[in-house]
Ligand binder design. Structure first.
Ligand SMILES: [Zn+2]
Length: 360
């Protein structure tokens, strides 16, 4: 955006790029190093319209490099992410790690003894693992484009799509396991979760077109800007509850399958199936509490009390390989991956060990 662009209502582009200015975002009223933001006339006292120099990226051609590898230099001596870091960096890498793990497993599975089991359940399990690759990739893309005001709102729709795809494919795989390869299962039971997911996706797509990018883009932890924790996020506003409740309802579908597991599968398989879901869901809930309520380490430190290295995992190093901090959201990503792996183990155990599943 050019200097003095009339469409830039925040006035951010008018700031000389080399100036270190943090406005009133520095919670300690000392030096302002990391983020420079300006509140537009209309959004003063609100979290809309804020821009953070080390977060917001307008040139999407360099967005991947700047988020994932090396961000443009700013003078940021007290930041957890240093001079060339980006707060989304570890969010992206943790999801890419998950995508690589599931892609590798999806590719090598057909070569293993599990992959050679020719049942509907085994095929649907493979399909659900491939879907998880898409889920994690869509979320990685979303975290990269979170740095751009317009593209973040578009990528958010992709993020929804990936999540609903992963949940739907996983639910279908579970249904197949507990019904002995979908034996006597009506099409409505199979289509149920897919229809629900599709309706949610359509709703959030339509909603996206009724709102501007500015309306849904809110600053998050602007008071922690000097530490590098400030960022902008897409918010679902009055529909946040709907999205969270619908996602939880879909993700908890396995609860309805537990009676079926004990009725249809061998006892050990039923226990492993149920136990893996209980454990995985407990980890998911802990992750949600960490990311939404505890907010460690995002909210826990301030500039005058820099934590010891073992309290918060971060790298302030300039250049490739540095410039990241394990935020509560990145930790949640790893907990979500662990939860998914535990669910996968539960599914694979039944596919391998259930003679009823193999025989049908
Ligand atoms: Zn995420």
């Amino acid at each position: 955006m050019s200097d003095g662009d009339p469409t830039d209502k925040s006035g951010f582009s008018k700031l000389p790029p080399s100036v270190n200015w943090c406005g009133d975002c520095d919670e300690h009223d000392t030096f302002a190093y990391v983020h420079k933001y300006e509140v537009s006339k209309n959004s003063k006292k609100s979290t809309r319209g804020l821009k953070f120099l080390q977060y917001d990226i307008e040139n999407v051609r360099r967005i991947w490099f700047r988020v994932v590898c090396v961000n443009d230099y700013v003078n940021a001596p007290s930041s957890y992410i240093g001079n060339t870091g980006h707060i989304e960096r570890m969010n992206v890498w943790t999801h890419l790690l998950a995508a690589v793990i599931y892609l590798t497993y999806t590719l090598i599975r057909p070569l293993t003894s599990i992959g050679k089991i020719e049942t509907i359940s085994s095929s649907l399990a493979s399909f659900s693992y491939a879907s998880l690759v898409a889920t994690f990739m869509f979320s990685s893309v979303y975290h990269v484009y979170s740095a751009n005001k317009w593209w973040s709102s578009a990528a958010r729709v992709g993020d929804y799509f990936g999540i609903y795809l992963g949940i739907s494919a996983g639910t279908l795989s579970d249904l197949s396991v507990v019904t002995i390869n979908l034996k006597d299962v009506g099409w409505k039971s199979i289509a149920d979760v897919w229809i629900a997911s599709m309706l949610l996706l359509i709703f959030f797509c339509l909603r996206r077109f009724t709102l501007t990018a500015e309306e849904t883009r809110l600053a998050y932890l602007p008071e922690k800007c000097s530490l590098g924790f400030a960022r902008s996020t897409i918010c679902d506003l009055e529909h946040s509850g709907l999205r969270a409740a619908a996602g939880m309802t879909l993700a908890f579908n396995w609860l309805m399958f537990i009676p079926g597991a004990f009725a249809m599968l061998e006892n050990d398989c039923a226990w492993v199936f149920a136990g893996s879901r209980v454990l995985a869901t407990a980890i998911l809930i802990c992750g949600m509490v960490l990311d939404n309520a505890v907010l460690y380490p995002d909210k826990w430190f301030n500039e005058s009390e820099a934590p010891p290295r073992f309290c918060a995992c971060y790298s302030k190093r300039d250049g490739c390989g540095g410039g990241w901090v394990m935020t509560s959201h990145a930790i949640w990503h790893l907990m979500a991956l662990l939860s998914t792996i535990i669910t996968t183990i539960g599914t694979e155990y039944s596919i391998v060990n259930s003679e009823l599943l193999s025989a049908f």
